[in-house]
Design a protein around this ligand. Structure first.
Ligand code: PLP
Length: 482
């Protein structure tokens, strides 16, 4: 029977199923919701629970729920309107002889087009170095020996492995050699491979930063590990709290934690390496956006402090484009056999793409691109911080020293979730810090990315943010300047 109220046992109604290798948790949740709606167990118009409530009930992160809801809104099964609950917008056709039900087109455009992108995630896609990348692809297509066009080596081609090792030694202070580098499809792929190898070595528990990027948690779960969130403070990961978990391995954004933007302090780095030695475990360093550090010299990778205990992962997703699907993993020497054995069918990215990356780096084009990008992002960050200071005086920015996003702390009574939804109806995309947490917090903040927005778009984008804050401000604060 279809139900139209929300006080349901959602954990029973939505069978998300056991961990499924290769299928991400938000996809599984979206599938469970879709099946429930298609099966007619939720009537058209029924409200689904707020993302925070469902996340709590199912014991998952809120990010997973918002991703799943977003997917079903896009497919027309759910509709979301600012200021009201997300509702089922589809009903199965049960008349005899009808074709299998299909979602009908939502009445109102459920997802307004994005006009301004202040969500974290993307670099400046308009500034992708198309000509030089095309030159690199052309060069390697002409120069690759026919042997290169055979079966790719699972750890990557020898040339890019050597180039990446040199690049990491000179630019990130890493202790990397061709033999320890695996070319992979990015940080997520590198983490899945690492987790499989850890699992095979008897490590079943992995700690992650909280708040943190949900995709890393999903990657670890999909590889069969149990994930333990550990809080982060102004010095980065809290190693004392980490030591209280059963985990013997932790994923950490040492140079620029995502999303808080903190840098792991020298004392914490030393403490973390000591911890890894004591528990006979590992640190997995996610060096995803460390190339962009503006006000001080770059912070060298932790991996150099103890290459036998620290894995280093990074990619070109933040420097060039995630569409390239190119990244690298530097593994402790003792773990390289396990990495190969645990990933018997994991393919390296296409060989010509790997070779193009090596050419792009070897010819100095990557460094030139990074220098220009650093200048552009520094001035863009300054425009954003200045504009926020003038337009959103109740906010406090943090995490500005590096990367492609900042944190905007807001008064505790701000409804950041409603603000994000209100902004979306006007085509402004941004994210709530809560979406990256595994548990709700009283701290209110927005995560604002400035990679994929032009300088001139920042003032109108911030004006829309100010308007969204004003329209969702608590009634008890009617005269607040927002
Ligand atoms: C915290 C974090 N790590 C890593 C990455 C890069 O992941 P990938 O290389 O899989 O694209 C991102 C990209 O948004 C990120 O936010």
């Amino acid at each position: 029977m279809a139900v139209s109220q929300t006080n349901l046992a959602w954990a029973t109604l939505l069978d998300v199923g056991p961990p499924d290798h290769g299928r991400r948790l938000h996809d599984r949740l979206a599938h469970a919701l879709r099946t429930t709606i298609r099966g007619g167990r939720l009537a058209e118009g029924a409200a689904v629970p707020p993302s925070r409530a469902l996340a709590e009930e199912l014991g998952i992160s809120r990010w997973v729920v918002t991703e799943a809801y977003g997917q079903l809104v896009a497919e027309g099964y759910l509709s979301a309107r600012v200021g009201s609950a997300t509702r089922v917008s589809w009903t199965p056709d049960t008349s005899p002889g009808t074709a299998p039900p299909r979602p009908h087109t939502p009445r109102a455009p459920a997802v307004p087009p994005i006009r301004y992108d202040l969500a974290p995630g993307l670099p400046d896609l308009r500034a992708f170095p198309r000509r030089r990348w095309a030159d690199a692809v052309r060069a390697v297509t002409g120069s690759a020996v026919h042997y290169d066009l055979g079966l790719p080596h699972p750890a990557g081609h020898a040339v890019p492995r050597t180039t990446v090792a040199q690049y990491l030694r000179r630019s990130r202070g890493a202790d990397a050699h061709a033999a320890s580098v695996f070319v992979c499809a990015g940080v997520t792929d590198g983490l899945v491979r690492t987790c499989r190898a850890l699992r095979a070595e008897g490590i079943a528990d992995l700690a992650v930063e909280d708040p943190g990027w949900g995709r890393l948690r999903d990657a670890a779960t999909s590889a069969g590990l149990r994930v333990h969130p550990v809080p982060v403070d102004h010095d980065g990961l809290r190693v004392d709290d980490l030591a209280r978990t059963p985990a013997r391995t932790v994923v950490v954004g040492a140079a620029h934690q995502f999303p808080t933007g903190t840098v792991l302090s020298p004392a914490r780095r030393a403490q973390l390496v000591r911890w890894a030695r004591e528990v006979d475990g590992f640190v997995i360093e996610d060096d995803y956006d460390a190339e962009f550090r503006y006000d001080h010299h770059p912070v060298a990778v932790m991996q150099g402090m103890d290459p036998s205990r620290v894995f280093l992962l990074s990619s070109v997703s933040k420097t060039l484009s995630p569409a390239l699907g190119l990244g690298w993993l530097v593994a402790p020497a003792a773990m390289t056999p396990a990495l190969r054995a645990a990933n018997p069918v994991a393919a390296a990215p296409p060989v010509l793409d790997q070779l193009a990356l090596a050419t792009f780096i070897d010819r100095g084009w990557y460094d030139a691109h990074l220098r220009a990008a650093r200048r552009r992002f520094r001035s863009r960050r300054d425009v954003l911080v200045r504009t926020l200071g003038a337009q959103v005086p109740q906010g406090r920015v943090a995490g500005t020293a590096a990367g492609l996003h900042i944190l905007l702390h807001l008064p505790n009574d701000t409804d950041t979730s409603a603000t994000v939804r209100a902004a979306a109806t006007n085509g402004l995309q941004l994210n709530d810090l809560d979406d990256y947490r595994t548990k709700p917090s009283t701290e209110r903040a927005l995560v604002l990315g400035y990679g994929n927005i032009s300088d001139t778009e920042i003032p109108p984008a911030v004006a829309l943010l100010r308007e969204a804050l004003r329209s969702t401000a608590p009634r008890s604060r009617p005269h607040a300047d927002q």
